[in-house]
Ligand binder design. Sequence first.
Ligand SMILES: Cc1cc2nc3c(=O)[nH]c(=O)nc-3n(C[C@H](O)[C@H](O)[C@H](O)COP(=O)(O)OP(=O)(O)OC[C@H]3O[C@@H](n4cnc5c(N)ncnc54)[C@H](O)[C@@H]3O)c2cc1C
Length: 389
Amino acid sequence: MRSIQVAADRSRVKLGSGHVLYSLYSGLEKYNLTTLGGRVAGVGLGGYAIGGGFSSLSPAYGLAMDNIFEYELVLPNATIARVNQQTHSDLYFVFRGGMNNFGIVTHFTMRAVPQGQVYGGSWAFSSQTRDAVLQQAYDLTTVWKNDTTMAFYYTFAYDQSLDDFSIAVSQEYALPSESDTLRIDWLSNFGTDGISPGGGRNLYATVTYQPSVGLDRKLQDILIEELQPIKSISGFSPSLAIQPLYEAAVRANHERGGSAAGIQAEGPLTGMSQTTSHAIWTSAKSMKFCKVQSLTLPVVLFNTRWDDEKDDDAINALANRWLQRSLAATNDAGKTHPWLYINYASKAQDPFAGYGEANLRKLTAIQRAVDPNGIFTSKGLCRGNFKLL
Ligand SMILES: Cc1cc2nc3c(=O)[nH]c(=O)nc-3n(C[C@H](O)[C@H](O)[C@H](O)COP(=O)(O)OP(=O)(O)OC[C@H]3O[C@@H](n4cnc5c(N)ncnc54)[C@H](O)[C@@H]3O)c2cc1C
């Protein structure tokens, strides 16, 4: 399940779906190759790649799912299928965004990218520098978005021991920082930087909107206000991670014939999520940015960890309040984008609703056709994650 078969021309690699991102990167590094993987070593290739897949290579090539040329999978009727644009164009389409509603993937054939070590890492800043960080992140999302060798995201995180917030952001940011992990290294090693302590409980939620410094700040302010009554909860460590979905990623999606996820953007999407922060450039040459006007969209991830089950209700209430108020803010600004990254969405959210009616109709029709016994539905044997039926 962790096999690696590099094509003779080195343009593609067939990967067993049992890889975690560390085994994937370190296995490909032996060939001086990489692929569209995520940022933290222990994340599984399977869920990451079928959900979408933000990668440090996304500004150049799009999401991981837009760089999968073939899926080998076990269908609900227990037969094995090789799904690509030619053999099963419908299944190929729905698999890119349809999550685990259609079968179990055993192998992914993905784009292979020649890559040695990269320049990356993260810089930590105190909350006093927030205004400058917000402006810099906005510029990186809008003005510099066509530098496809550069990828960044930043997190705004609560530190319970200091009762204060901290920010981690990319090296482009020129203020004196408090610490950094910048270096030239392999992607596999950067992946181990972001590993958080094991155990505990975790929750995600996400919002996508058009780029706006005012909204970045507002969503952070909502978190600051809402966490006050519960900030002493054991092991509580909420954060917002903000990363852009660049126009190049949207274009890559269209080049693969569009996907079920229905990402339509007139510019980069910013998403904010609660998670750990990290910043990577795919090469040192990305330090030179070129200004080319085009469109991009931002995305936010809200993530929190906590220790005890007894605090679940309080944490869920916090996440729901943050979501509702954040959506109200993006709506008021007329900047809400309907696409929600399924791998960042909370159980209270419905990412399929943002895929668009036509895509949803197509997804459910194909689900019924390939899975007449409902094995991959909410009443079947594989009930986890977001279900179409
Ligand atoms: C620390 C951390 C860092 C992250 N960093 C990133 C990042 O950089 N970029 C990004 O885009 N996302 C990131 N994520 C989100 C990540 O993409 C999702 O959490 C994803 O669901 C992880 O997949 P998994 O296989 O590890 O999880 P699992 O919980 O095992 O799987 C998730 C879902 O996918 C299904 N699934 C898994 N494998 C298969 C398969 N082979 N066939 C069919 N269905 C399958 C499972 O049934 C399950 O419903 C991160 C998450 C964490 C916890």
